[in-house]
Design a protein around this ligand. Structure first.
Ligand SMILES: [Fe+2]
Length: 248
């Protein structure tokens, strides 16, 4: 984590913020590998991170992530006969730095399962129906205010195979890229008040409650958004001791 932070600061042209490079409190970070969920061991470093000098190629390129990763429109819900099944929601995710300043140009990838809890992925063995009108992934670029907006449907909960009854609460996966490949945050957004949140080993792998709360979106006032969609605000802090915890 510390190394990733240091690279991110170089990326944003800040070289003198050594004071912020103190190690983050481990309680504010995920423990990473969650017992009983085999995939987490494949998505998390198996050894402690090591410091090493940064090279110019790491700090300068590629300068334009979107030349290699094409944007995908921020509408997963569709319309009319092509409308995905489920509760329409509107996610307003804002990418900010440790001072709350927007990070324009950040590339934000988002993916989640359909309303029945099914991903379009060959490894998803959940016996739930696919939705032909729902694919479930988008890639967007943060604007000047650091904001990306996604129109989609609320994902369902799904059972984790071979765990004896663990259900993942509804959640949305996020991957945030800076302008270089090495500045990347992968995490998950949860929905406020879901009873499965408190029993989810992925979310509970962040021991500090305040840090955990950074992974939970906020329901916006009902009258503030589109008439037929619930609006969720979510802030992604990409660096600093108050950063959004990474989740597998
Ligand atoms: Fe998931």
């Amino acid at each position: 984590m510390v190394i990733r932070e240091a690279r991110a600061w170089h990326h944003y042209g800040v070289s003198t913020k050594q004071a912020f490079l103190r190690r983050r409190d481990p309680a504010t970070q995920s423990e990473g590998v969650v017992a009983g969920y085999a995939q987490t061991a494949q998505r998390w470093p198996s050894q402690p991170l090591v410091r090493r000098p940064l090279t110019p190629s790491e700090l300068t390129g590629p300068s334009d992530v979107l030349r290699r990763l094409a944007p995908v429109r921020g509408d997963l819900a569709g319309y009319g006969e092509k409308r995905a099944l489920g509760q329409l929601i509107h996610i307003r995710a804002r990418v900010v730095d440790e001072d709350g300043a927007p990070v324009p140009g950040a590339v934000v990838e988002i993916w989640h399962c359909n309303a029945a809890g099914k991903y379009i992925h060959p490894n998803d063995s959940n016996d739930a129906p696919a939705d032909p009108n729902f694919y479930g992934a988008a890639r967007m670029v943060a604007g000047d205010s650091g904001l990306v907006e996604l129109r989609t449907i609320k994902p369902g909960a799904y059972p984790v195979p071979d765990t004896g009854g663990w259900w993942r609460p509804p959640h949305v996966h996020f991957s945030v890229w800076g302008r270089i490949w090495l500045s990347r945050l992968v995490t998950q957004m949860f929905f406020p008040g879901d009873p499965l949140n408190d029993a989810d080993p992925i979310l509970q792998a962040i021991r500090d409650p305040e840090a955990r709360s950074r992974c939970i979106a906020r329901l916006a006032p009902i009258a503030s958004g589109p008439r037929n969609a619930l609006v969720y605000d979510y802030q992604i802090v990409v660096r600093g001791r108050g950063a959004t915890p990474a989740l597998p």
